[in-house]
Design a protein around this ligand. Sequence first.
Ligand SMILES: [Zn+2]
Length: 353
Amino acid sequence: MSSPELIGHEDVLAGLWTAAGAGRLPHALLLHGPRGVGKYRAALRLAAGLLCEAGPGPPCERCPACARGRAGSQADLFVLDPTAEELETIPIWRVTPRHDHPGVETVEAFLSLRAREGGWRVVCLRDFDRAHAAAQNALLKILEEPGEATLLVLESSRPRQLLETIRSRCVAVRLEAVGVEATAELLADAGVERADALRLARWSEGAPGRAHELLREGALETVELLSGVLDGRIAPLTASARLQEAGGEFPGATDAARARSKARAAVVCALELARDLQRFEHGVEPADLAHGAALAARGRVGARPVARAVDALLRARQDVEANLSPPGILDRTALALARVNAARRGTTEGVAR
Ligand SMILES: [Zn+2]
């Protein structure tokens, strides 16, 4: 499911490869835009297309350089991916060598070497807004003198978290969501059933990376359970128990961290459902809402019970970060939605606090 096609942005990449061929590519790019639109994948594909022996251009997938790229053994590419390394933040010792972290590969050490294959050297820095100020300052020195045929690609969904001096040394390239239809097509191409692909694409608001994350997290099942609670088809504590048992891939180095990620994902799904309900109560057409399809059928509840549910879910979201027990958080999440259903029926019977 980690399809390299799941990107979009081919026009932007083509422009950058053309600039590279003409010697006009800047030394540093800042790929920014909404979360989950494929910025980091685009950065990796840009790099692959520079390092390809037929490049710069779309990677040919046949040459030795492309084969090394696929095998993850491309010597002229340095990748810093805090998500894969399970780093909450990017420390300075991943940017510049430090005595207290000997033997760690760093951006600076990588760039001090010549290109092994005599062509480009590329550094891809995912979520660089997660870098400490010290790490950003260390990168700043590198950006001042990156060397020949060198490209640094910084990727960020929150570019304002970057030092102004970093931003000013990068050429900013914005990548937009690719759209619901295009996202659904990318998912369908990756083997997701068409109806599910379309639902995930709508929920992600046309951001393929987010749609893919929702798929991995089992959002199809989560939303089904939570919608069942909203409709009164599923008892809240039954839904909560099933959410705890449900499968899915969640980030985290330990079981406890993964359980927290799972609870967070369920609360986020519930919040998105409740917020769509809130927009619906305030007159937004269901067709314009990610979760609109089921709303029209349910009918209105009134703005107050929905607002109370949103508040309860926001507190549940904070409880996740405060490290409270995931089962308790899932119970409160399901109960918050059950109270909306109870308000619709004009009664609170059967909905225990
Ligand atoms: Zn190639």
